[in-house]
Design a protein around this ligand. Structure first.
Ligand code: FAD
Ligand code: DLZ
Ligand code: SF4
Length: 506
């Protein structure tokens, strides 16, 4: 009897473990487009288009290579729009006696897969996801008995394990990390290369009206659409980055410019996360560029650290801490997400720009997600539940394994410091240093305590005042709390009043 090999939408890779040892003539490769997945949070329209198009292209490629494909489309009449029901129907349709699937990216889906053996009365083999460069077990062993799990230590271990940027067991250049060189500010007249644009074909074109109709109420612009949807195109996007932007990736990693959503970033996270690209090939291409003298060490090390360090570390934290991580709320934050996170209708120019770009592209680069959108959510006390939901919806690269630790751990400090050594809270001065947003803002970044003052300035202090009992013993905040202790009561009262007024109007 044949085996059913179920491929999830973020497992679009020919080397995926569920396809290993496949019997081409007998086995059935099963994929399905289901509303449950598109609406359990109401994903950005562009994200759905990207993923469905990439899924359809992947299925076509497998079909051309001679595999038996059963692909249930969004508008198929019999589509039940749920993984469990669809898999149950496929089991019946093909009279299979076994189901093979690769370990999923979300705890929610893992629970589903684990229930199927009993529910669907069939042996279910869940294979490890070998696309990652570390395993959850390896991470758990590293994490065991450590009080604090710092990314930098894990990253060094990964550099050694995979022999990346190493010479004679030592880091190339003598240092592990060149972050200190990666904080240049960008001038408005900086020339930024155009990002890679893939041509849309008939498969994507067919999906556009379907998604527009079915997910009309979802956030985001569907068009223009220029993301890669095949492995070939994703490799072109990667090569485009290595050739045109990697050299300056390090220098301008933390820089933001109005009207420049792409900067010198790689824009490959959506391809890595759905399987069109593999992490080691991205790392290898960057390392080769360094050895060929085409990109400096600060840029190459910085880029590699994001993939070999941050990406793997984030996944490790997710599987280590789930399911309780999803409900962490250290500051007991209760505020609803302000409406402007959907409309971009705010006088705060930094937020307006980052939200409008997110709506248009289902993309924002790291420092926008962290220092503008995340920082505001932290200091204004938005409930982590709503912040997590927003980030999972709006970015084309968002799956819970990567979104949740970045939001709960990195930006909101909602895990009480398990991941970050201090909250990433900042006033307007930092945004002004790293961007040109403040020039066109209704508020004045240099003002602290009047009606025109940048809200980040007083919200920052208000956050520290509000949460003093929880943060005052944090070593890295000692200087800040010492400054606060010297502040006059009058000024403190003014800050609290301004923050209260502002937050009430949200
Ligand atoms: P580049 O800046 O070019 O970096 C290269 C690659 O490194 C990325 O493609 C990505 O794969 C990896 N990377 C870098 N930083 C991280 C990180 N912190 N965690 C995991 N991988 C990282 N990334 C996602 O892939 N999905 C998410 O849902 C997501 N949510 C985020 C939420 C918040 C609040 C923050 C602060 C960061 C989030 N990130 C997420 C990480 C990061 O912002 C994106 O990976 C990055 O902006 C994607 O753009 P890029 O491909 O141009 O990245
Ligand atoms: C994100 C997503 C969406 C929108 N739709 C589908 C789908 O219809 N079919 C599918 O197989 N996968 C989809 N995905 C990706 C899944 O949500 C993802 O595989 C799980 O969340 C596990 O990471
Ligand atoms: Fe943002 Fe404040 Fe600058 Fe306005 S002044 S852009 S609100 S940091």
């Amino acid at each position: 009897m044949p085996t059913l090999r179920f491929i999830l939408g973020d497992q679009l890779n020919r080397n995926i473990s569920s396809l290993q040892d496949v019997n081409k003539t007998k086995d059935i490769i099963f994929m399905c487009e289901v509303c449950d997945e598109a609406t359990y949070v109401k994903h950005h329209k562009k994200k759905i288009l990207f993923l469905f198009s990439a899924m359809r292209h992947f299925a076509e490629e497998l079909k051309k290579s001679g595999f038996n494909i059963d692909y249930v489309k969004l508008d198929d009449k019999a589509n039940c729009h749920a993984f469990t029901d669809e898999v149950a129907s496929a089991i019946k349709r093909h009279k299979v006696d076994k189901l093979i699937v690769t370990f999923p990216g979300e705890y929610r889906v893992l629970q589903m897969l684990l229930s199927w053996q009993k529910k669907l009365n069939i042996p279910v083999e869940i294979r490890p996801d070998e696309r990652f460069l570390s395993t959850p077990d390896e991470f758990n062993t590293w994490a065991k008995d450590r009080k604090q799990l710092r990314m930098e230590n894990f990253y060094r271990l990964m550099r050694q394990k995979h022999n990346i940027l190493m010479r004679n067991d030592k880091p190339i250049g003598g240092k592990w990390n060149y972050d200190i060189e990666n904080r240049k500010t960008a001038k408005s007249d900086l020339t930024i290369p155009q990002p890679f644009h893939a041509k849309i074909d008939s498969i994507t074109k067919q999906l556009i009206p379907l998604i527009e109709k079915k997910f009309n109420s979802h956030f985001g612009d569907l068009q223009p659409f220029h993301y890669a949807v095949t492995r070939k195109q994703a490799l072109q996007a990667l090569d485009d980055f290595i050739k045109h932007r990697l050299k300056q990736f390090g220098d301008y990693q933390d820089a933001m410019l109005e009207g420049e959503p792409w900067m010198f970033h790689s824009h490959i996270s959506l391809y890595l996360n759905c399987g069109l690209l593999e992490p080691l090939e991205c790392i290898a291409k960057a390392e080769q560029a360094y050895h060929a003298g085409k990109a400096p060490l600060n840029a190459v090390e910085g880029f590699i650290r994001q993939i070999l360090g941050w990406r793997e570390y984030i996944r490790g934290i997710y599987w280590l801490k789930m399911p309780s991580y999803a409900t962490e709320n250290f500051f007991a934050a209760k505020r609803k997400l302000p409406e402007f996170y959907w409309t971009a209708n705010t006088k705060m120019n930094c937020l307006k720009q980052c939200i409008a770009e997110t709506r248009a592209n289902a993309y924002a680069h790291h420092i926008q997600r962290l220092m503008v959108l995340g920082n505001f959510a932290l200091i204004s006390g938005i409930d982590p539940k709503y912040v997590n939901e927003w980030y999972l919806i709006v970015y084309a690269d968002a799956y819970q394994w990567v979104e949740l630790p970045n939001v709960t751990g990195m930006i909101l400090f909602a895990d009480g410091g398990f991941m970050a050594s201090k909250p990433y809270a900042a006033g307007g001065a930092y945004i002004n240093k790293m961007s040109n947003y403040c020039k066109n803002c209704h508020y004045k970044v240099t003002e602290k305590t009047n009606d025109k003052a940048c809200p980040f300035n007083y919200l920052y202090w208000d956050f520290l005042i509000r949460n003093q009992s929880k943060l005052k013993n944090n070593q890295r905040l000692r200087m800040i709390y010492s400054t606060l202790s010297k502040m006059s009561q009058e000024k403190i009262n003014q800050i609290i009043k301004l923050a209260k007024n502002f937050l009430q109007k949200l």
